[in-house]
Design a protein around this ligand. Structure first.
Ligand SMILES: *Cc1c(COP(=O)(O)O)cnc(C)c1O
Length: 375
């Protein structure tokens, strides 16, 4: 068998090569490298896809999370509620603005923010009176939207801005409502390894609020006013390259077929592994884009053994994520200790993700399942 890739971007490129090459060549001959027509077209297509009114393409997923916090004027003394079982950027953006991330543990089966923990933490912060509760960033981990039907009323009740971190969620949905359409803002990433990725860094912010959309567009270009050399607020340089937009357009056209394929692959994995492992749980009425396919081992020792056996068989596997954010060194001053977020801590010790992408084949999945079953 040829080398097994964790995420086979080469297979995708070979599949879409003609359209991607043509798109790149057009940008090179037009020389409109920043905010070119392909960027505008991509934003329109992303609005159509997600059902959101406004899409602001950006330089990466992290800036896409940062910009709504900036638009809302969040800063020192403010609490931003985030899950600890996610990529660092989810909490980092709060800290970048001098606000304080407040961690809320996740659900054991979906890995997403537990609405009950969120409400408990908001009430604790209110009672303590030291920080002002301002925003919630809920993550669509591994492709499944967070529990927005339960999280949205909590945000309404306490007057919190809700931001969907859809960096891994693009393509997921709850009933007919697509990822990137939940909350006041949604942020996604087009980092190459994401389900919809470009060939460099890229991202987008979404909102239905016209005023906020205008604010985000100003923040994207150094807080510009009516023209580029009038500055009315502090902003960023957070634009998406035209080249990346041209690469994303054909990838977006192929995205639904790839998402169907990833769901087929997830089902094929789960049907062969469910009697031996805890396979991913997708809630009733939810649809996961399955950017990642993640299993749980029974213990840290068992996981080490499994991953070594996979490696010996030429199968790549990755731990997303080995350390919960509340226990990261940089957050020591926040005073969290082991045992504070038991579900996230246990997940960090037991999860591992298997190869998953829109072009994975039956024989690869069956070989991986056979290897796992024989451990
Ligand atoms: C990838 C990712 C980000 C950051 O996106 P970048 O484009 O790498 O800045 C934020 N949140 C989550 C959950 C991610 O997976």
């Amino acid at each position: 068998m040829k080398k097994i890739e964790f995420n086979d971007l080469g297979a995708q490129y070979r599949h879409l090569k003609d359209d991607i090459d043509k798109g790149i060549a057009e940008v090179l001959s037009d020389c409109h490298f920043i905010s070119g027509p392909q960027t505008v077209e991509l934003e329109q297509e992303l609005c159509k896809y997600t059902g959101r009114k406004y899409c602001i393409s950006t330089s990466n997923g992290t800036d896409s999370l940062l910009m709504p916090l900036m638009a809302k004027g969040i800063g020192p003394g403010d609490a931003v509620f985030v899950p600890p079982f996610t990529f660092f950027a989810t909490a980092e953006v709060a800290s970048l603005l001098g606000a304080t991330p407040v961690f809320c543990d996740v659900e054991e089966d979906t890995f997403n923010m537990d609405p009950k923990c969120l409400e408990k933490e908001v009430e604790r912060v209110v009672k303590e009176g030291k920080l002002k509760p301002k925003a919630v960033i809920a993550v669509d981990l591994f492709g499944q939207p967070a529990a927005f039907p339960e999280i949205e009323p909590i945000c309404k009740k306490y007057g919190l801005t809700l931001i969907e971190d859809a960096a891994q969620g693009f393509g997921g949905r709850i009933q007919d409502k697509k990822a990137c359409s939940f909350g006041d803002f949604s942020a996604t990433s087009f980092f190459p390894a994401k389900a919809l990725g470009c060939y460099g860094d890229g991202g987008a912010v979404f909102t239905d609020d016209e005023e906020q959309a205008a604010l985000l567009k100003s923040i994207r270009v150094h807080g510009k006013g009516s023209f580029k050399y009038e500055n009315v607020r502090i902003g960023l340089n957070a634009r998406l390259d035209t080249l990346q937009a041209a690469i994303l357009l054909p990838k977006l056209r192929a995205f639904d077929a790839e998402t169907e394929h990833r769901n087929w692959a997830a089902q094929r994995y789960s049907s062969q592994l469910k009697d031996k492992f805890q396979v991913p749980v997708v809630r009733d009425g939810y649809f996961s884009s399955f950017g990642y396919y993640t299993l749980k081992a029974e213990s840290e020792e068992q996981r080490t053994k499994i991953m070594a056996a996979l490696e010996a068989a030429g199968i790549p596997s990755i731990i997303y994520y080995p350390k919960p954010l509340h226990l990261q060194k940089v957050y020591e001053p926040l005073g969290y200790k082991e045992g504070d977020m038991p579900v996230s801590e246990k997940l960090c010790k037991t999860v591992f993700s298997l190869p998953m992408h829109g072009y994975i084949t039956e024989d690869v999945i069956d070989y991986i399942c056979k290897t796992l079953r024989n451990i």
